[in-house]
Design a protein around this ligand. Structure first.
Ligand code: ADP
Ligand code: MG
Length: 780
């Protein structure tokens, strides 16, 4: 947007005045004191100079030293004092939603403002953006990547700061590739890459041996105890001693966390250091273990003196804030956290760390179409990171609930996410990114004062070759995984044989959900049953809204099943739709939260689903696909159509029932006793329906042939499918991809009127011959 030189001069002058006031007026004393006590402060000039001289800079420093909150401020302040404040516009990316919000709030406070003036945030479904000039924007990495789909996405941006790069999430690794290319075409762009791990050589090497600034930590020594050291201080009769003996005789169990043990160590610390201050930070792998440990702590006689708070990425911001609060006098704060508290969230008063050593990690194997979600040992790097959290205010203590021997077997670093997840969404995003190419000879002054001296012409085709592009990532994914993803995108029709983005692909890229679900939404819009599908696709973007408190599992399961009536019978997705619709009704009467309480639903997730639905609806109507007047008249009919269309969204994730013979009771030498039981099979083996599903083999008729689609195939102790919906078989034939007639000689006639169809070489349907032939014609 155009801005006159006079306007710019006025803004610059104003900003200079304000900056001077912040640095000297007594009004800002408290803010200054907080800021100047950070380790970053001593390096202020060095950082500002390095950013000015270098186009790319890697900055390292321990969590809490002030990278995220201070570095953008230093750069902006420096410009303000120089009288060019309005020419700076900084974008800082964060891997996590809540981090972006809480950091923006903090920085706004430090600048004595409300969020939305010179400091703002944008995350999906929630945005308080700052002014355009002279500002700092904190956004999720995904938001910046989306912005880059537009040709002028970087217009006016002077600095990009990519934060928390050590986390190595897909979006950040992707952004690093993009930014490395951007640097070549945006001569005025400056990039700062920030990492909380000391070993940042991977990043400096990645940017052609760019300079590195390290902020020396101001940390105190932390005393580390391994599991085998604990009986000495906790006593030979303590639980930890018993567990050590058990581990010696039976070998250690790699899977779950020993919550009993964690609780006992926390209680020990609370009692042993009863006379001293300091919060206890406990690292656990996930929400379920956090709940179990919390329950155990609250059942002890000590519970009155404990202030137990949880920190978890799915927690609403309000509850998250409790973790930062000081405990009331005489109380001990115990923070139960996932690895989010390792680097992205800093709790100020931690002195003791209890580290379970575990992490919950999802890993996807493209060749088996299988997700594994395992609780496993974390890496040595993250163990050290966790330990460091204890030494921020005074010398601290770290209790590791694993032995030295186990520590030695841990991986050095975490595997980057890009090597662990399905890549369809990433590959589609790659195709949707606008690629700049400088048009020779058109460089001109732009007059908007943003410092951009060139005009760019953006190719509309995006990046031409996905695999080549991905091979430029720091640690590229396996090429087999990339090709599997490309194949899926081609089967969906999102890209063509030459990897060009199709019209469908452009719409799917805008939808910000897995392209399979995107295609399901497109079908839904065309067939007038969009409403349930919006809910299903939106829910797929977030965590399961059904929360199951460990202590009230049966009650919660019953509530969950109560939604599985009528059109939602035998469908996890439609159960969700039914729960959502009832919540909307309750909410309109102001009863949303009590409805959630009664039905074990997470209100936060319900609100996110509602917001996401609106966003999908908007995108579909922008694509010209959405006719608000054209809808099925009854929600029940809509649900049945939606059920069939789930095939489009989830294909080829299909299982069919079969009778399995299993031995019954003790095997007798002469006589074997068997019973027949209904089970499910996918093309390469047996699967079990996950216990959280409303579909259960127990309730199905063993004499009927069932088909179901599932959202995810997951290996834990067994291979489970989750997110299941029973389907009419003809829907599979109509909407699946690769249907062949079994016999080469033409339709196999069985019993006169039946034919045999085969889908993807393994799913066989005996169907009415007339229907089968008709279906095959429909598909052409
Ligand atoms: P880094 O990015 O290096 O990990 P940050 O810039 O996030 O560090 O934080 C620097 C310091 O600012 C923290 O150590 C903490 O003292 C303070 N801080 C950050 N966010 C908040 C907050 N929301 N509330 C209170 N203090 C905060
Ligand atoms: Mg940070």
């Amino acid at each position: 947007s155009f801005v006159s030189r006079e306007q710019l001069a006025t803004e610059n002058a104003m900003m200079r005045l304000e900056a001077r006031k912040r640095l000297s007026s007594p009004e800002f004393f408290e803010q200054r004191r907080a800021r100047q006590s950070l380790p970053c402060w001593m390096e202020r000039q060095k950082i500002v100079d390095a950013v000015a001289i270098n186009r790319v800079l890697v900055l390292t420093g321990e969590t809490g030293c002030g990278k995220t909150t201070q570095v953008p401020q230093y750069v902006l302040e420096e410009a303000e004092l120089q009288g060019v404040g309005a020419e700076v516009s900084i974008v800082v990316t964060q891997p996590r939603r809540i981090a972006a919000v809480s950091v923006a709030e903090r920085v706004a406070w430090e600048r004595g403002e409300a969020v939305g003036k010179s400091v703002g945030y944008v995350i999906r479904l929630e945005s308080v953006p700052p002014r355009a000039r002279g500002s700092i924007l904190y956004c999720t990495t995904g938001i910046l990547l989306r912005r880059l789909q537009k040709a002028d996405g970087m217009a006016g941006v002077s600095h990009v700061m990519i934060d928390e790069v050590h986390e190595r999430d897909v979006d950040t690794d992707f952004l690093l590739v993009v930014v490395r290319e951007l640097l070549e075409n945006h001569p005025s762009l400056r990039v700062v890459v920030m990492s909380a791990t000391l070993d940042a050589s991977v990043f400096t090497r990645y940017f052609n041996c760019c300079p590195l600034v390290n902020i020396p930590g101001m940390t105190y020594p932390v005393k580390v105890f391994f599991m085998e050291d604990l009986p000495q201080i906790m006593g030979p009769n303590s639980l930890v001693a018993t567990r050590l003996n058990m581990a010696r005789t039976s070998g250690s169990d790699d899977e779950d966390v020993d919550c009993e043990l964690v609780a006992s160590v926390v209680l020990f610390v609370a009692q042993y250091y009863a006379q001293e201050h300091g919060a206890i930070l406990v690292f656990l792998p996930g929400w379920d273990t956090i709940n179990i440990v919390r329950d155990k702590l609250l059942k002890t006689p000590l519970f009155r003196s404990l202030m137990v708070v949880a920190v978890h990425s799915q927690l609403p911001a309000g509850e998250q804030r409790a973790a930062f609060a000081r405990p009331p006098p005489g109380m001990r704060k115990v923070v139960l956290a996932t690895n989010i508290a390792e680097t992205s969230i800093t709790i100020d008063d931690v002195v003791y760390v209890v580290d379970s050593g575990k992490i919950k990690e999802k890993q996807f194997d493209a060749s088996r179409n299988m997700t594994t979600m395992r609780v496993q040992w974390t890496s040595q790097a993250s163990a050290r990171q966790r330990q460091g959290r204890a030494g921020r205010v005074q010398p601290g203590v770290c209790y590791r609930l694993y032995t030295r021997a186990i520590y030695q077997t841990m991986r050095e670093h975490q595997i980057p996410e890009m090597q662990r997840v399905p890549l369809e969404e990433l590959c589609l995003q790659i195709k949707a990114i606008a690629t700049p190419s400088v048009v020779a000879g058109t460089a001109s002054g732009d007059g908007d004062g943003t410092g951009n001296q060139n005009e760019f012409n953006y190719a509309s085709t995006g990046i031409s070759d996905i695999a080549t592009f991905l091979s430029k990532a720091i640690q590229p994914p396996k090429s087999s995984a990339v090709h599997a993803a490309i194949k899926v995108l081609q089967q969906l029709g999102a890209i063509d044989q030459n990897q060009n983005l199709t019209n469908l692909g452009k719409t799917l890229a805008k939808l910000a959900v897995h392209p399979r679900f995107g295609k399901m939404l497109v079908y839904g819009a065309l067939l007038g049953c969009l409403d349930p599908l919006l809910t299903i696709a939106a829910a797929a973007c977030f965590r399961d809204p059904f929360v199951v408190p460990v202590s009230r599992r049966e009650e919660a399961d019953k509530m969950h099943e109560s939604f599985a009536r009528g059109p939602a019978y035998g469908s996890d997705q439609l159960v969700l739709v039914s729960a959502f619709n009832q919540w909307v009704m309750a909410n309109s009467m102001g009863l949303g939260n009590s409805f959630c309480d009664a039905h074990f639903l997470a209100p936060m997730t319900m609100r996110l689903i509602a917001g996401m639905r609106k966003q999908f609806e908007r995108t579909l109507s922008e694509a010209g696909l959405y006719e608000p007047w054209f809808r099925t008249s009854s929600p029940d009919v809509g649900a049945q159509v939606a059920r069939c269309l789930l095939t489009a969204g989830l294909y080829p994730n299909i299982a069919r029932s079969e009778l399995c013979r299993e031995s019954k009771g003790m095997k007798n030498a002469t006589k074997h006793a068997y019973r027949w039981r209904l089970g499910f099979r996918v093309h390469n083996g047996r699967v079990f329906i996950h216990p959280t599903s409303v579909v259960s083999e127990k309730h199905l008729n063993p004499n009927t042939q069932y088909y179901l689609v599932f959202q995810e195939k997951m290996q834990t102790s067994q291979v489970f499918v989750r997110g299941c919906t029973l389907l009419p078989p003809l829907a599979v034939v109509l909407l699946g991809w690769n249907v062949t007639i079994c016999s080469d000689a033409g339709p196999t006639v069985l019993n006169g009127d039946w034919m045999l169809l085969e889908v993807e070489g393994w799913l066989r349907f005996h169907i009415d011959r007339r229907a089968g032939l008709l279906l095959l014609q429909l598909r052409h």
